[in-house]
Structure formats: structure tokens, C-alpha cells
Design a protein around this ligand. Structure first.
Ligand SMILES: Cc1cc2nc3c(=O)[nH]c(=O)nc-3n(C[C@H](O)[C@H](O)[C@H](O)COP(=O)(O)OP(=O)(O)OC[C@H]3O[C@@H](n4cnc5c(N)ncnc54)[C@H](O)[C@@H]3O)c2cc1C
Length: 478
């Protein structure tokens, strides 16, 4: 019998799992995909929002501001990539100035530190490529950019090394409260637990409505993006937003935590909870919208496009807590933007609520520190030479676009909750994320996965079941 079963290994589920590991608990995370970070947490803007967007007094506002402060510290404890570059909301018409002021006032009410409104001259100094008609901007110094995979994977690894169990390829099909405990049934097993955490992203309404009479409704709100080559990463230095509208924060232009340039997202309500395709219409829209705020974005350097789905609940607020009328079913639902920023605070908030209900004792052995994969390109010459003495594979470059070595790929596979597929390696190391989008390195990476996992090359997948890369042979076996 588990104390807590968490449905979903996205950033929310993994943040809750890590915080629960601070207590003497038996916790299991069930994930339908083959790895952590396979849902919305892998396809977003990666912005650590300052916290001026959400309405004062909401859970979204509180957890955004708390999460932002936690990430500034957590990136050192858990060793993931985060750059505190600051953000700008650009006002393009003098008559829109009151709307910018409203954002500033909201930020002050939400407790966001370091906010200022800057005028055109200063804005031009900060961002030389800003549109000619830009009037002024809201500058938020606490905003930043994070590697979304890095944050999610670090939280999961640290939860795991502190005793949390993970089951992948385990799709939860049914939940029922029987004889004072929860029965959680997957496509493979039936588990028993005192409490359930519903962190199933766009599917969280399905599980909530299974056990609770007050119905919730989550609409997948699609956001499409274009990612540009690292040669363009300095085109803007801050995350540049335009004034938000009722569908969200609008199209942004931003450097990523790894120095690419990201442009997007769109915001379109759809029905398909797996509908992550991009469309010519969406990409055209991003191009025309982004250039209202930033001049001549170098779209010739686009290396890929992708889309993510916001879990938009009808009430437009995070739903976090024990579902009404249940005994131990905790929602972590409607976690749309700023969910990535808020995740560490969501984890703490919900774990403390569950601890208080079940009186969990403190786990004195909890170790909140985690070391990421060694990056040879960040080492000094002498450090690199020392490393190469023991591990010459850190000198063998596999992904030339991103300068990723065999040693890093091996580490990504053998470390706790290691990679099992090409995408798993990519999210942990960036092998295949560069200009050629894995055109050159994937055969070599596949060979390393095959060798390290002891499986035939033909069994290596792109992203788990149904995605084998080798589907036959074009010559007869000799
Ligand atoms: C376009 C876009 C831009 C965004 N930009 C930002 C941003 O810049 N900053 C920010 O702070 N936030 C941003 N967000 C929001 C942020 O990405 C999300 O709030 C966050 O990733 C949600 O994480 P999650 O763990 O709740 O959901 P998910 O990451 O979707 O995780 C849910 C998990 O549950 C699993 N699951 C579902 N059903 C089952 C089942 N039956 N059994 C087992 N497992 C199941 C899924 O496979 C998935 O892994 C953005 C979102 C989008 C879509």
C-alpha cells in the first residue's frame, strides 16, 4: 500500500513527488509515456515569469511569484540551466499605456520585486531590434529562461534518489475509493494508496470527474512555435512580450536557456488532447505577430517548429487541493502558464497539504542536491584533461551541432531514471537539438543506446512504444 500515488510525471507531478520525499512516505509516480517530461512540460516557452500577469489574490499569482523565487535558488541545488535575463512587455501605442500601467500595478500587488516602466530611449539601449513604434515597456528583472526538460528531469531524478518510485508506460485507466482506500488501476496493475495526486495535465479533468461530483472542464489550448538557430540567440537579450489579451500572454520573442531564439506561441482552443501538430496558418501568424514588436526577425534561420497544449480549465485558475467530497484525492489541475514557473511552489504547497492531512514525519535523510551531466564544453582545459584520463569518451563528439560527447550520452542513459530513447537522450543532453535536428548524430546515438541498454539496434525507439526507427532491412541478411 502506498501513501501517495501521483498520476503524471510532468513538471507538476515531479515537483510534488520531490517535496513529498521530504517526509517518511511511500510514493509512486505513474506515467503513461516512457519517460518524464513527455506532456506539456516538454513544449512551452520556458519562461520563468516574474508574476505580474495573474489576478491579485489568485493561487496562480501567489504560486507564480513564489515559484520564480524558488527557481533562482533551485537551479543551483538541482543543477539545471536557468538564465535570469529579465523580460519586457512592450507597449506599441501611446493609448495602450494605461494597460501597461495596469500590469505594473498588478505586479506590485502580487509582490513582484524589481518592476519598472522604461521609456523608449532606455528600451532601445536594451533592445536595439525593437519595433520603431515601441513607446515604452514594463521591465521585470526577476524573469528568466529555464530549460524546461532540465527542470522536470532534475526534480524527477532528485525525487527518485530520495526513494520515490516511478512506473513508466503505465496508463491509469480507473480510480475508485473502496473500503477507505484508493484503488488505482493501470493498463498493467492495480495499486492501493491512501492518497492520489491528479497531475495528469490536459487529462486531469477526466480523473477529477471520475471521483468528484463538481465537474471541471479542461480545454487543450494549442501554442505553436518556431525555434531559430543559435546564431540568432542574441537577436534580443530579454524575453520580449507584447501586451496580453484574453487568450494569454501573446507572441513572444526570446533567447532560450541554451542560446537559441524562440518565437511563439499561438493560442487556439482545440478538441484533440494529443493535437500537437504545427500548421502553416499558425506559423504565419507567429511570424506576423512577432514582427509587430521586434524588427526583421531572422526567420531564414528556423531549425524546427513544435506545439504544446495548455491545460486551460474553464475557471482560468489553478485547481490545487483535495477535491470536494473526496477523502484523499488531490487535484493539481488546470496547470496552464505560468505552471512551469510555479511548479516548485505547487509541489511545496500540495505536499504540505497532504502531509498535514496524514501527519507524515520528516525524512531526516532527504538530500535536496543533485548533480547534472558533466558538460565538457564548460570545463577549463586542465579540468577537461583530468576528465579525459579516466573517461576518454568525453572527448568523442557525437552531436557536432551542439558539441555533445559520447560520455554525456552514456551518462544520460546510466544515471537515475536514465534515458531509454533518442528523445530521452536529446532532452537530457541536447544531442540532436541543433541545426541538423539529429540528421547526422542519430545513428551514432542509437548505437550507444543499443550498447548501454543491451538491446538490438532494431529495438531502439525515438520516444517509446510505436516509434521504432529501424523498421526493416533493405538488403538480405548474409
Ligand atoms: C504553449 C505553452 C507555453 C507555455 N509557456 C510557459 C512559460 O513560458 N512559463 C511557464 O511558467 N509555463 C508555461 N506554460 C505552462 C507549462 O508548460 C505547464 O503549466 C506545465 O508544463 C504543466 O505541467 P504538468 O505536469 O501539469 O502537465 P504535463 O507536463 O502535461 O504532465 C502531465 C503528465 O501526465 C501524464 N498522463 C496523462 N494521462 C495519464 C494517464 N492516464 N496515466 C498516466 N499518466 C498520464 C502525461 O503523459 C504527462 O506526462 C506553457 C504551456 C504551453 C502549452
Amino acid at each position: 500500500m502506498y501513501d501517495v500515488i501521483i498520476i503524471g510525471a510532468g513538471v507538476s507531478g515531479c515537483a510534488v513527488a520531490r517535496e513529498l520525499a521530504r517526509y517518511k512516505t511511500r510514493v509512486l509516480v505513474l506515467e503513461k509515456e516512457e519517460d518524464v517530461c513527455c506532456g506539456t512540460s516538454k513544449a512551452n516557452s520556458g519562461i520563468v515569469h516574474a508574476g505580474y500577469d495573474a489576478k491579485p489574490g489568485t493561487l496562480m499569482a501567489k504560486l507564480n511569484v513564489e515559484g520564480n523565487a524558488m527557481i533562482h535558488k533551485l537551479c543551483r541545488e538541482l543543477d539545471f540551466d536557468f538564465a535570469p535575463i529579465g523580460s519586457l512587455v512592450v507597449c506599441l501605442k501611446e493609448e495602450d499605456r494605461p494597460r501597461l500601467q495596469e500590469l505594473y500595478d498588478r505586479g506590485i500587488k502580487n509582490g513582484v520585486p524589481g518592476l519598472k516602466i522604461i521609456e523608449r530611449d532606455r528600451l532601445l539601449q536594451l533592445e536595439p531590434n525593437i519595433a520603431d513604434n515601441a513607446v515604452c515597456a514594463l521591465f521585470a528583472e526577476t524573469a528568466g529562461v529555464v530549460c524546461p526538460f532540465g527542470l522536470n528531469i532534475a526534480l524527477a531524478e532528485n525525487a527518485f534518489t530520495n526513494g520515490v518510485e516511478f512506473e513508466f508506460n503505465s496508463e491509469v485507466r480507473d480510480i475508485a475509493f473502496v473500503d477507505g482506500k484508493w484503488q488505482v488501476t493501470t493498463d498493467k496493475e492495480k495499486y492501493e494508496t491512501k492518497a492520489v495526486v491528479n497531475a495528469a495535465g490536459v487529462y486531469a479533468d477526466k480523473f477529477h470527474n471520475m471521483v468528484c461530483d463538481s465537474i471541471i472542464n479542461i480545454t487543450p489550448r494549442k501554442g505553436e512555435y518556431m525555434l531559430l538557430d543559435r546564431t540568432c540567440g542574441g537577436y534580443v537579450r530579454h524575453t520580449v512580450f507584447q501586451l496580453p489579451d484574453e487568450m494569454g500572454k501573446g507572441v513572444l520573442v526570446s533567447p532560450t536557456a541554451h542560446g537559441n531564439l524562440l518565437v511563439g506561441p499561438t493560442a487556439e482552443d482545440i478538441e484533440d488532447k494529443e493535437g500537437v501538430n504545427t500548421t502553416p496558418f499558425g506559423l504565419d501568424k507567429i511570424a506576423s505577430f512577432s514582427m509587430k514588436a521586434v524588427k526583421n526577425v531572422p526567420f531564414r534561420s528556423v531549425i524546427t517548429s513544435f506545439a504544446g497544449l495548455r491545460a486551460h480549465e474553464d475557471g482560468g485558475e489553478f485547481i490545487i487541493g483535495e477535491a470536494p467530497g473526496t477523502d484523499g484525492f488531490f487535484d493539481c489541475a488546470g496547470i496552464e502558464s505560468p505552471g512551469l514557473t510555479s511548479a516548485p511552489a505547487i509541489g511545496r504547497y500540495l505536499a504540505e497539504m497532504i502531509r498535514d492531512k496524514y501527519h507524515f514525519a520528516v525524512n531526516q535523510e532527504f538530500n535536496g542536491k543533485r548533480k547534472g551531466i558533466i558538460r565538457p564544453k564548460n570545463l577549463s582545459e586542465s579540468e577537461l584533461n583530468m576528465l579525459l584520463k579516466d573517461r576518454p569518451d568525453y572527448g568523442e563528439v557525437i552531436c557536432r551541432c551542439e558539441s555533445i560527447t559520447k560520455g554525456e550520452i552514456v551518462d544520460s542513459i546510466i544515471r537515475p531514471l536514465g534515458a531509454k530513447s533518442l528523445d530521452g537522450v536529446k532532452r537530457r543532453t541536447r544531442a540532436g537539438m541543433g541545426r541538423c535536428q539529429s540528421g547526422f548524430c542519430s545513428p551514432k546515438t542509437m548505437e550507444i543506446i543499443s550498447e548501454m541498454l543491451g538491446i538490438p539496434l532494431s529495438e531502439v525507439t525515438k520516444s517509446g512504444k510505436g516509434s521504432k526507427i529501424i523498421v526493416g532491412s533493405n538488403k538480405d541478411e548474409i
